[in-house]
Design a protein around this ligand. Structure first.
Ligand SMILES: Cc1cc2nc3c(=O)[nH]c(=O)nc-3n(C[C@H](O)[C@H](O)[C@H](O)COP(=O)(O)OP(=O)(O)OC[C@H]3O[C@@H](n4cnc5c(N)ncnc54)[C@H](O)[C@@H]3O)c2cc1C
Length: 420
C-alpha cells in the first residue's frame, strides 16, 4: 500500500501543461522553493499563448473587482479566493517585473507595449528558469494515485515519482496548440466529474443563407442584440465589429455574444443587427428621404450606395419588400417605414455554433464542486491541484480568461508548494 511520501527539504511538484496556467504555476511554486518539473507535450512552450489577442496577447483586464466578476458568466464565485490572492494588478506587476512593459487600451484591455504575445511567453519562461524549474517536453499520459494520494505520473517514455501534481492542460479548443482535452481524461480517470464541454467565444452558423450572400463584409460600430425567441427576451446587447462569412457570423461582437448562448439550437436565437445605430428611426427616415431626393429618378436598387456597403444592397433590397426596379420617387411612406425598420432590426436566424476547434475557449471542465476554491486542490485526491481552462470556469473576451489562468495557477502553486 502506498503512503504519502515525505520530502524533507522541498515539495516535489509535477506541473502538467506548459501554457499560461502551467508556466505561471511552475514559476510561482519554484519561487517558493518547491522542486518543480514542468511537462509540456509540444517542443515549444505556450503555443496557444503565442496566438492570443491576434498575436498581441490581451494579458489581463485592468478593471475593478466587481467588473472582473461581471465578466465571468460561469461559476464566478469559485474564483473569489483565487482572484483576491492574485488579481489583474498582480499580473501587471508580474510581467513588468519580468521586463515586459504593459499598456492599457480601450475597455481596460492590457497588452505588452511591444504588441508581441511572444514576450509574455518569454517572461514566463524566464521566471521558470530563474527559479530553477526543470522543463521536460514529454506528453503525460496518466496521473498515478493510490488510496486517494498522488504518487507520480507516467509520460510517453517513463514513470516519475511526485508528491504533488498541478494539472494545467487547458481546454479542447484550437487542439493543434496541444490543448486537445487530454487533461479531462486524466481527471476523469481519477474520479473527477467533467461537466459538459461546449465551445464558447465561437463563430455562429446561421439558419439560412443571408450571411453567405454577404460573405467577407465586415461591419464596424454596429449594435448586435441576441433575442431568445422562446422567452422574447434580449439576452445580449453590445456595440462593435462583426463579419459575415460563408457559414454565418463571426468577429469580436459575435464571439462575445456566443458566451451567452450555451444552449443554442435551431429556432432558439435570432441575431438582430442595428445597421444604423448612430441614428434613431426619425433621423434615419430623414436621411433616406434626402438620399431618395438625390437619386430621384433612379431605381430603388441604385439608390442605396451612400447608405449601405455594396455587399449588403442586394440582400437589403430583397428583404425590404420593395421592387428593386421601382423608381425611388414612387416609393410610399409605408415602404420607407419598412426599410427603416429593416435597417434598425436586421434579423438573422441562428442555428448552432461552429465546432469547438474554432472556439476561443472551452466552456465546461472539471466540476468546481470537487475542487477546494481556497487552494485549488482536488477534494477527491490529495496532492492533485487544478489551474486554468481545464476547470469549469470561463469568461468573456477582454483578457479575463488569461487572468483566470494566472489567478488559479498562483493559488494552486502557493498551496502545492507548502503542502508537504
Ligand atoms: C485564438 C485565441 C486567442 C485568444 N486570445 C486571448 C486573449 O487575448 N486574452 C485572453 O485572456 N484569453 C485569450 N484566449 C484564451 C486563452 O488563450 C486561454 O484561456 C488560456 O490559454 C488557457 O490557459 P491554460 O494554461 O489553461 O491552457 P493552454 O494555454 O491551452 O495550455 C495548456 C497546455 O497543456 C499542454 N498539454 C495538454 N495536454 C498535455 C499532456 N497530456 N501532457 C503535457 N502537456 C499537455 C498543451 O500542449 C498546452 O501547451 C485566446 C484563445 C485562443 C484560441
Amino acid at each position: 500500500m502506498y503512503i504519502k511520501k515525505t520530502i524533507s527539504d522541498a515539495a516535489k511538484i509535477a506541473v502538467i501543461g506548459g501554457g499560461a496556467a502551467g508556466m505561471m504555476a511552475a514559476a510561482k511554486a519554484a519561487e517558493l522553493g518547491a522542486a518543480v518539473t514542468l511537462f509540456e507535450r509540444n517542443d515549444r512552450m505556450g503555443k496557444k499563448l503565442r496566438i492570443t489577442g491576434k498575436g498581441r496577447c490581451n494579458v489581463t483586464n485592468n478593471c475593478s473587482f466587481d467588473e472582473f466578476f461581471a465578466n465571468i458568466p460561469r461559476n464566478p464565485r469559485f474564483l473569489y479566493a483565487a482572484y483576491s490572492n492574485f488579481s489583474a494588478a498582480d499580473t501587471i506587476s508580474f510581467f513588468e517585473d519580468a521586463g515586459v512593459p504593459l499598456k492599457t487600451e480601450r475597455g481596460n484591455r492590457v497588452f505588452p507595449v511591444s504588441d508581441k504575445a511572444a514576450d509574455i511567453v518569454s517572461a514566463l519562461l524566464k521566471k521558470c528558469r530563474e527559479n530553477k524549474c526543470e522543463i521536460k517536453n514529454e506528453r503525460v499520459r496518466h496521473i498515478i494515485a493510490e488510496n486517494g494520494i498522488i504518487q507520480g505520473i507516467e509520460t510517453s517514455s517513463r514513470k516519475y515519482d511526485f508528491d504533488t501534481v498541478i494539472l494545467c492542460t487547458g481546454g479542447r479548443s484550437y487542439p493543434l496548440t496541444g490543448s486537445d482535452g487530454d487533461g479531462y481524461r486524466m481527471a476523469r480517470d481519477l474520479g473527477h466529474k467533467i461537466t459538459e464541454i461546449v465551445p464558447s467565444l465561437v463563430p455562429i452558423v446561421e439558419d439560412g443563407h443571408l450571411c453567405s450572400a454577404m460573405q467577407g463584409l465586415s461591419l464596424k460600430n454596429v449594435k448586435l442584440s441576441i433575442i431568445n425567441n422562446i422567452s422574447g427576451k434580449v439576452i445580449f446587447n453590445d456595440f462593435g465589429e462583426l463579419m459575415f462569412t460563408h457559414f454565418g457570423l463571426t468577429g469580436p461582437l459575435v464571439l462575445s455574444a456566443s458566451a451567452h448562448m450555451r444552449d443554442i439550437e435551431k429556432g432558439k436565437y435570432t441575431a438582430e443587427i442595428d445597421l444604423k445605430s448612430a441614428l434613431d428611426e426619425k433621423t434615419l427616415d430623414a436621411r433616406i428621404i434626402s438620399d431618395f431626393a438625390k437619386y430621384n429618378n433612379k431605381d430603388f436598387i441604385n439608390s442605396l450606395d451612400s447608405l449601405l456597403p455594396q455587399k449588403m444592397i442586394e440582400t437589403v433590397v430583397s428583404l425590404s419588400g420593395i421592387d428593386a426596379r421601382k423608381k425611388v420617387n414612387s416609393i410610399t411612406k409605408a415602404e420607407r417605414k419598412a426599410l427603416v425598420e429593416l435597417l434598425k432590426h436586421f434579423r438573422i436566424p441562428l442555428l448552432k455554433f461552429r465546432p469547438i476547434d474554432e472556439a476561443i475557449i472551452t466552456s465546461g471542465g472539471v466540476d468546481v464542486k470537487e475542487i477546494n476554491p481556497k487552494t485549488m486542490e482536488s477534494k477527491l485526491i490529495s496532492g492533485l491541484y487544478f489551474a486554468g481552462e481545464i476547470i469549469d470556469v470561463d469568461a468573456y473576451t477582454g483578457g479575463f480568461n488569461l487572468q483566470i489562468a494566472f489567478s488559479t495557477a498562483a493559488l494552486a502553486a502557493e498551496n502545492a508548494a507548502k503542502s508537504i
